[in-house]
Design a protein around this ligand. Structure first.
Ligand code: IMP
Length: 193
């Protein structure tokens, strides 16, 4: 059966990544495709709050099943920072080079460089019921940025069992093992599409 699903993003890259991972019988629509423009509010204190807030807002506007995600890089030595503030760690301008510099500076005084990416997917089904799915990738933070693939903190994140950063890996290798892929697999396992 064909299923229509609104993906709460205006980011064409994210939509492409989801299209590649989800079965082709699922019709995915981005926010601009259903006429919603501008940024959605993300004022929650947790990834769960933010993902649910975005999916609920869009579901109330369009009445369709909605899928939304929020991701954070969580570092135990920094008490979970940058976490829910990953995109704006160094300020509201969302400058990734500055975010990475701040992270490496903060970690200078720590020997424990463990980190994890955590994605929370919020799904509001056709009946308006909310579901959350989580995906995690454990790893460490490199001493210096390396690699040019990917985005965000990829140049400093080395997944456990590997020697390369996410940004040094072929995109398919990262996407196959990523926090987002794991959350999506959990979503697909639990929802009978
Ligand atoms: P979002 O929830 O997908 O918007 O992610 C929030 C922030 O987390 C982004 O601005 C990135 O800095 C970071 N981030 C999310 N996913 C990834 C990833 O796969 N690699 C590196 N950084 C990521």
């Amino acid at each position: 059966m064909n299923t229509s699903l609104v993906v709460c993003t205006s980011n064409p890259g994210k939509l492409l990544e989801l299209r590649a991972m989800l079965p082709s019988r699922m019709n995915l629509f981005s926010l601009p495709e259903i006429g919603i423009t501008g940024d959605l509010e993300e004022t929650g204190r947790t990834l769960e709050d933010n993902a649910l807030q975005k999916a609920m807002t869009v579901h109330e506007l369009c009445g369709l099943p909605c899928l939304s995600d929020d991701t954070g890089l969580e570092i135990p030595a920094l008490h979970g920072e940058p976490g829910v503030f990953s995109a704006r760690y160094a300020g509201p301008q969302r400058d990734m080079a500055a975010n990475i510099r701040k992270l490496l500076n903060r970690l200078e005084e720590h020997n424990d460089r463990r980190a994890r990416f955590r994605t929370v997917l919020a799904y509001i089904d056709a009946n308006g019921k909310a579901h959350c799915y989580t995906g995690v990738v454990e790893g460490t933070i490199a001493m210096d940025p390396k690699g040019s693939h990917g985005f965000g903190y990829d140049p400093v994140f080395i997944p456990i069992g590997h020697t390369l950063t996410f940004a040094e890996m072929p995109t398919e290798l990262k996407n196959g093992m990523s926090h987002r892929a794991k959350a999506l697999r959990s979503f697909m396992e639990h929802q009978a599409f």
